[in-house]
Ligand binder design. Structure first.
Ligand SMILES: NC(=O)c1ccc[n+]([C@@H]2O[C@H](COP(=O)([O-])OP(=O)(O)OC[C@H]3O[C@@H](n4cnc5c(N)ncnc54)[C@H](OP(=O)(O)O)[C@@H]3O)[C@@H](O)[C@H]2O)c1
Length: 249
């Protein structure tokens, strides 16, 4: 992700930094000298071990993206603790079990929209205010192949992720003049707690439909994230990068 030049290390805010993709990004950022503020709803052994190993460079709080006040407070807490915010990775997401729209409760719809769209928007607004004062920053939203292609049983999740992509494009226009880049990344399927709900039959179908014939390795997604948040992509904004082995082509 390119070694940060800020004194004390550049600062990243990572939502959902406790498990899966977010955890791997946190590990890579810390390994490259960044200071990292991460949150999720619950802690785990990774969070506790990392807090102990990097007390000056890793900060974690329990925050639910469905709570706008806690989400905003987290962003201002990160800026207060580390003095700046150079990167926001809107990684946290919620899929849950697949469910047809005809039987989806309104409360479930609200939960999915809050975690996958409203929460990231609230967090982005709070972090972008800090970045605007610095006249620099990078925002990367983690979307999904479900935003690009239809998937039975994931209509609300897909709507939220497609909304996030539209948000990235319009925000890139607003924040570009302030030196802030905004992009989306669309990962293909990779093994994580989120995909434990995918049946073996669906997993096989995904493999068959993917030109490269397999699911993504999480490291491959982190490599693409690394590019999009580094100076190597300094003229890229308002874009959606699909990293899916070709399943949507
Ligand atoms: N896995 C895939 O195949 C795949 C494919 C395409 C896109 N994606 C996207 O990639 C991102 C990472 O996915 P993943 O597979 O790594 O997911 P994961 O293993 O389920 O991890 C999700 C992370 O987000 C946190 N989180 C979930 N809901 C939250 C909430 N309401 N507030 C705060 N934190 C919350 C979780 O911690 P807590 O539960 O403790 O809060 C966890 O740290 C997501 O945006 C997902 O939609 C995944």
């Amino acid at each position: 992700m390119t070694r940060p030049e800020e004194s004390g290390g550049a600062v990243a805010v990572v939502s959902g930094g406790s498990r899966g993709l977010g955890r791997l990004v946190v590990e890579r950022l810390l390994g490259e000298g960044w200071r990292v503020a991460a949150f999720s709803r619950s802690t785990n052994a990774f969070v506790e071990d990392t807090l102990a190993a990097h007390p000056d460079r890793f900060w974690w709080q329990s925050v639910d993206l469905a709570d706008p006040r806690r989400t905003r407070d987290f962003a201002s807490g990160a800026a207060k603790r580390f003095g700046r915010i150079d990167l926001l990775l809107n990684n946290a997401g919620l899929l849950g079990r697949q469910e047809l729209l005809l039987t989806t409760a309104v409360s479930r719809t609200q939960e999915l929209i809050a975690a996958n769209l409203t929460g990231p928007i609230v967090l982005t607004q709070a972090c972008a205010k800090v970045m605007a004062r610095q006249n620099s920053g990078t925002i990367l939203n983690v979307s999904s192949v479900n935003a690009v292609r239809g998937y039975r049983g994931a209509a609300v999740y897909a709507a939220a992720k497609a909304g996030l992509d539209g948000f990235s494009r319009s925000l890139a226009r607003e924040l570009g003049p302030l030196g802030i880049r905004v992009n989306s990344i669309v990962p293909g399927y990779f093994e994580s707690d989120m995909t434990t709900v995918v049946t073996d039959e669906s997993r096989e179908r995904i493999r068959r439909r993917t030109p490269l014939g397999r699911l993504a390795d999480m490291e491959e997604i982190v490599d693409a994230i690394s590019f999009l948040v580094s100076p190597r992509s300094s003229f890229i904004t308002g874009q959606t990068l699909i990293v899916d082995g070709g399943i949507t082509c």
